[in-house]
Design a protein around this ligand. Sequence first.
Ligand code: NAI
Length: 520
Amino acid sequence: LNGSARQESSLFTVQSPNVVYTDDEIKSKYAYQTTEITRTADNKLVATPKATNYNFKVNRKVGKVGMMLVGWGGNNGSTVTAGILANRRNISWETREGKQASNYYGSIVMGSTVKLGTDAKTGEDINIPFHDLLPMVHPNDLAIGGWDISSLNLAESMDRAQVLEPALKSQVRKEMAEMKPLPSIYYPDFIAANQEDRADNILEGDKACWAHVEKIQQDIRDFKAQNGLDKVVIMWTANTERYADIIPGVNDTADNLINSIKTGHLEVAPSTVFAVAAILEDTPFINGSPQNTFVPGALQLAEQRRAFIGGDDFKSGQTKMKSALVDFLINAGIKLTSIASYNHLGNNDGKNLSSQKQFRSKEISKSNVVDDMVAANHILYEKDEHPDHTVVIKYMPAVGDNKRALDEYYAEIFMGGHQTISLFNICEDSLLASPLIIDLVVLAEMMTRISWQADSEGAEYKGFHSVLSILSYMLKAPLTPPGTPVVNALGKQRSALINIFRACVGLQPESEMTLEHKLF
Ligand code: NAI
């Protein structure tokens, strides 16, 4: 099935004077309800309901979509590839617990449902797959390709990763063996020195140059042509790099960054070169690692080109729990006073993170994830007061990809009492991250087909801002448009995503009031 065939069988239509369906588009008029706060002279708050009218337009033609992974031969890259192939062919395999079928568990798009509304006859909730909310690409239909500094084919990478069961691997091995990552760019200074022995598939040159940008652009075009694709989404799932220094005149503006690539400045990271190439090809680029790929110059270039970018760092295990649990504690009126987070892991990610500069990137992205929730509660916290927060990561080869995350949450409760919550979370790393890669690709692609128009004479349809903060649910350190707030709370991130998609088909947010069940 290609995307346009799927669109014919959409699960629901909206019956409303504000929503119009054509073969190619869904158009909606939407009143965005907010509350505007002003202050009186004696500093009292005045809340005024406000409605802003928007028109949304969704292109229903999904087309053929490709996903290109930087770091394709890594644990995530090989696992997500095998997972999609297995789902596409509906493979099942023997385990000691019986037959296991392929699935997309852990993907918000493929594994979660959304309440559409209430049954007119029975009053029951009607829940639909998230994937059916708008016409989205199906992950089974994604063409897959990418780059790696390691030359192993995907079957060999899958073995090296030690993630999937032998009985599953044997059924996808032949197809995986035919997949070979394109040579990539390798500037040794940016990833740990202990990665050097796998770097045998690299383009000439050990610092940024324009030829690298052009080669990546050409790779994108070739991949599109070879697979007959309408568009591609690129994902950085390669090693965590060290932070790049932000230097005025070097990477602070789009022009300076381009010039620095051309003159081979040493502070330009491989991930930034990939981002620049993707932006110039108008291809969405998502950063699944914690480093500051999107230096100010890269961000400005994306804005100038109206290209989509998103990041940073997949939110898969420990931090996902944290952004749900801390939201719960603080919203319950409990004063969280410290979080101690310990991890040990034995995969190649852990090996890379055993180097101090790369660990530092991860430490930064793991550390700020409760700030918005703390700042929102001025009853529990004074201005600028924060819970203590420590993050430790250790490389422990024996546990492989089965990362251990140990967290202690210490909180102050009623009348000086204390609550201590200890979590032991075994995060099968690549099996948690792979569905996030799928979600990020599906949702980023979806965003390329949504446009909006102000409800005024002569207003034009435009896209969303280049920085796709709507992807925050999947990301540990969500990138947002400059000057806009970062939301880390998991529940809020999910609501934003679902409610924006509902607005695109003219539906109000699900308010959870269920008044129909509460009144006499
Ligand atoms: P991995 O180390 O198994 O895979 C990374 C791959 O990138 C390797 O195959 C390596 O050869 C390749 N690589 C390195 N530099 C490259 C370059 N310049 N161009 C092309 N390929 C390059 O790591 P894994 O476990 O797949 O994780 C990937 C990234 O995702 C890491 O940065 C990790 O921190 C991040 N991440 C992973 C999570 C998870 O697995 N649950 C959660 C959050 C982030």
